[in-house]
Design a protein around this ligand. Structure first.
Ligand SMILES: Cc1cc2nc3c(=O)[nH]c(=O)nc-3n(C[C@H](O)[C@H](O)[C@H](O)COP(=O)(O)OP(=O)(O)OC[C@H]3O[C@@H](n4cnc5c(N)ncnc54)[C@H](O)[C@@H]3O)c2cc1C
Length: 277
């Protein structure tokens, strides 16, 4: 039978991480248990985070931002009043993760630590300039998410460290926050490509824009050229088509079971075109 340990304090957590360095940390387990089974490593004790109360808290910050505990599941992110509206890009993405049962278990911290190119929370977190508080027995460090994630399923997390909080700065005034993903099915689909977009308009023209794509490169992909193309222009089919060409040149998708690289490249541009709808 699998042994699962449930530390309820940070001190107990860091004690277990030191004592059992080979034991994985578990939040909702939706990625971890699949990975352990595939690797035939199911017999190690697991260190579950669910009894650490502060890991499940969403709280307002003095700077007007929000902090999110790593064990907050996507079902709570979708509906939390501190996130609704102001951080709607994240709540929209949360609503596309798996189905309702997965969203009740799958956590934001697990999605970040897994660092899959298809992780649905990641494009929004890049655009929101999320910062991670990484804690260890000896102290903590703060890392912007785009530095924390180094490649597919690769992060700067060191043994003995844990993501303790995800900090979102005040989001700023955006007229449009938009997240869309294309998968092979309507529900329970991992993204073939996704787009997160935040746009501020002055009159009919784009005054500021942030764009990020998922599943079309080793990590979340930003395309400054496409952003520059749109600034000062209306969100018309014409300007979006120029920006979409820039994106298709920038992305570095792979062929896999879910889609070909060529299809992903096309979809990355097409997702941008949908902003004119
Ligand atoms: C049927 C199914 C459908 C899915 N659909 C989607 C989808 O549509 N979109 C999507 O993005 N993902 C999807 N996933 C993947 C998965 O549900 C998500 O990545 C989820 O957010 C992982 O969170 P978790 O709490 O389950 O993490 P776990 O499985 O518990 O952990 C994942 C990894 O993160 C580490 N970890 C967890 N918490 C911390 C922490 N606080 N500090 C440091 N490391 C930590 C663990 O050690 C492990 O390596 C799906 C999975 C399944 C099984």
């Amino acid at each position: 039978m699998k042994q699962v340990l449930f530390p309820a304090t940070l001190e107990a957590l860091f004690g277990l991480l030191a004592e059992l360095p080979e034991s994985p940390i578990m939040a909702g387990g939706t990625d971890l248990l699949v990975a352990l089974r595939a690797a035939g490593r199911e017999n190690r004790p697991l260190i579950a985070l669910e009894r650490l109360e502060e890991f499940s808290v969403i709280a307002a910050q003095p700077d007007g931002g929000v902090s999110i505990g790593p064990c907050v599941p996507f079902s709570r992110i979708m509906t939390h009043p501190l996130l609704a509206g102001r951080y709607s890009i994240l709540t929209q993405a949360a609503g596309t993760v798996g189905g309702p049962a997965i969203r009740n278990m799958a956590t934001l911290g697990g999605n970040i630590a897994t660092a899959s190119p298809a992780g649905d929370s990641l494009p929004p977190l890049y655009l929101l300039a999320a910062v991670l508080e990484i804690s260890a027995a000896g102290g903590f460090r703060m890392l912007p998410i785009d530095r924390f994630i180094c490649g597919p399923r690769t992060t700067l997390l060191q043994p003995g460290e844990v993501i303790r909080r995800i900090l979102l700065p005040p989001p700023g005034a955006w007229d449009l926050q938009w997240f869309e993903k294309v998968g092979k099915r309507q529900s329970l689909a991992i993204a073939v490509a996704s787009l997160a977009a935040m746009i501020r308009l002055e009159g009919d023209c784009v005054a500021d824009v942030r764009l990020a794509w998922g599943s079309v490169g080793p990590t979340v992909l930003r395309c400054p050229t496409a952003e520059q193309v749109l600034i000062g222009r209306p969100l018309s089919e014409e300007s979006l088509a120029i920006a979409a060409d820039a994106v298709r040149e920038t992305v570095r998708p792979i062929d896999d079971l879910r889609a070909s690289a060529a299809y992903r490249r096309t979809v990355a541009g097409n997702l941008l075109m949908r902003l004119s709808d």
